[in-house]
Design a protein around this ligand. Structure first.
Ligand code: FES
Length: 188
């Protein structure tokens, strides 16, 4: 007579991998990412609801989301890396390239555009030799655009790091960037 299969899970089947631990054969992650994970990432509950909070925490600490950070999150939550990457790429708040030491954001919303922000960002792109969304090769500055800061009365609005700059022009922005304390010599 055949005996029914036991419903009691074997010890082997019930053994769980420690959250975040690399499986045998998995490569080690970037040291900076491992430091972030050990210091704060590992404290997040290992459920799918942690994906966005973990992505936000990693970006807040690392400045962007390197592939290894998404890998660490996927390992911790025991989900496919593609799932974490898919969630991250869905939201505009996440960045996937290392930001420059300074960040200039030009508003290209209607109020700013009609007051010249289109030309302003074009001139900045030409001057810095990067496109919007990129960082200069020396890591000095990242250039970005937004569709409205909600400060249309100050148009055209630009932010430099945490500073809001009102009514900017190509000339005024060139001068401001040249005067950033750690500006490379060629920009002085
Ligand atoms: S359109 Fe630029 S701040 Fe609103």
């Amino acid at each position: 007579m055949n005996r029914p299969a036991s419903r009691i899970p074997s010890k082997k089947a019930g053994r769980k991998r420690k959250p975040g631990a690399a499986r045998r054969g998995e490569r080690r992650l970037d040291a900076e990412v491992e430091r972030w994970f050990a210091a704060s990432g590992a404290a997040f509950p290992a459920t799918r609801a942690s994906i966005i909070p973990m992505l936000q925490a990693a970006q807040a600490e690392l400045g962007y989301l390197p592939g290894d950070a998404m890998q660490a999150i996927a390992r911790h939550l025991a989900v496919p890396p593609a799932l974490v990457e898919g969630v991250a790429s869905f939201y505009a708040q996440f960045r996937f390239t290392k930001p420059g030491r300074h960040r200039v954001t030009v508003c290209t919303g209607t109020a700013c555009y009609v007051r010249g922000s289109g030309k302003l960002i074009e001139d900045m792109q030409a001057d810095l030799e990067i496109e919007s969304g990129e960082t200069t090769a020396d890591g000095f500055l990242s250039l970005e655009s937004v569709s409205c800061f909600g400060a249309c009365a100050l148009a055209p609005v630009v932010t430099l790091d945490d500073k809001v700059l009102r009514q900017q022009t190509s000339t005024s922005m060139k001068e401001i960037i040249e005067n950033i304390s750690d500006a490379p010599r060629g920009r002085e």
